[in-house]
Design a protein around this ligand. Structure first.
Ligand code: SD4
Length: 338
């Protein structure tokens, strides 16, 4: 299975530079009108950004860019946390969550969708073709099939193997994306270590200065059947306000939902905080609720404002995000509390 470390190596070979992120405004290069930008969570965001960039650099719409961008990891069988190849729930079903939001507060979401490789495109159709915002489970599948999507088996042999391995103990320990302090390896790379899960959240601003976002995931590995995390919940896993900017999240969804994290980050930016400071503030709110628990889980936020400034922050070390604009194509390591 492809690990983030491997992605990182690949990214670096592909000329990405990993440096510690901050509130960055790349002068003459990013954000604002005529300076499109796309940012997304984790190392695999780099490849997703490249697809989004093809649209942005041709003066396309941010909404089209984020949809095209996140479809890359959705279709990649080696990414075991999104779309095809995602790790299943306890009962062996791959269930997908996704949402999308444009510059006019239009939004669409699917939850617990099975057998459809691109839940993000179904979410977009929910937004554009129905009077609703959310479709779940069988209803979402029915809607997808009625709109020409094909049913596919999303459980790859690798994910099936991992699930069978997990069944031996059925121990449910969702400990996401924390660097293992003793071995200096990320948790998922430690043999027998807890399985990892990473969502892609992507935010783009197009050459008209309009912002859109998308978020898609297979959620927590070996979750309870029917469990839905933050990722497809507008305001939790993603929020876009074209007056202010946008934010997205990754990590243990339950903790993000409690604070309506992405909406909180956007509101903090509205009050004047820079993206990184707003993300940090949201992370601190998670700690305030349960300081002990916060030490052993991961949550990361990523945000972009209308000036093209961006930043991320996480509870734990190990959260990375990718940025692409006219001047840079990089993976940053977000700052963290612990
Ligand atoms: C969830 N937030 O389902 C997602 C999982 C995730 O990095 O982001 N993992 O809770």
């Amino acid at each position: 299975m492809t690990t983030r470390r491997k992605f990182l190596t690949t990214s670096m070979l592909g000329s990405a530079v990993v440096i510690t992120g901050g509130d960055l405004l790349v002068r003459n290069g990013s954000g604002t009108k005529n300076n499109p930008i796309v940012i997304s969570t984790w190392d695999f965001g780099k490849e997703a950004n490249a697809a989004a960039w093809e649209i942005l650099r041709n003066n396309g719409r941010a909404l089209d860019a984020v949809e095209a961008g996140v479809k890359i990891p959705e279709a990649d069988p080696n990414i075991n946390s999104i779309g095809y190849g995602g790790l299943p729930d306890r009962e062996g079903h791959v269930t997908l969550d996704a949402c999308i939001m444009d510059e006019k507060y239009n939004c669409g979401s699917v939850m617990c969708l099975e057998n459809i490789i691109h839940p993000i495109s179904v979410a977009r159709l929910v937004m554009e073709k129905t009077p609703h915002i959310v479709l779940v489970g069988d209803g979402a599948l029915q809607f997808a099939l009625a709109n020409g999507f094909q049913k596919e088996n999303l459980l790859t042999p690798q994910s099936a193997k991992a699930w069978k391995e997990w069944l031996k103990t059925s121990k449910y320990e969702p400990i996401p994306n924390i660097e293992n302090k003793t071995t200096d390896k990320k948790v998922e790379e430690v043999p027998g270590g807890p399985k990892n899960h990473d969502t892609i959240g992507m935010i783009a601003m197009d050459s008209n200065g309009n912002v859109s976002g998308a978020c898609t995931t297979s959620g927590l590995a070996f979750k309870m059947r029917g469990r839905v995390g933050d990722s497809p919940i507008i305001g939790a896993g993603l929020y876009v306000d074209n007056e202010v900017g946008a934010a997205t999240s990754t990590g243990l969804g339950e903790e993000v939902i409690r604070i309506v994290g992405s909406h909180l980050v956007v509101e903090l930016m509205r009050q004047g905080l820079k993206p990184e400071a707003a993300c940090r503030n949201a992370v601190e709110r998670i700690i305030k609720r349960n300081p002990l628990k916060a030490k052993s889980i991961q949550v990361g936020f990523l945000a972009l404002n209308k000036k093209g400034e961006y930043g991320g922050y996480a509870l734990q070390k190990g959260f990375t995000y990718a940025v692409k604009n006219g001047k840079e194509d990089r993976v940053y390591s977000a700052k963290s509390i612990y």
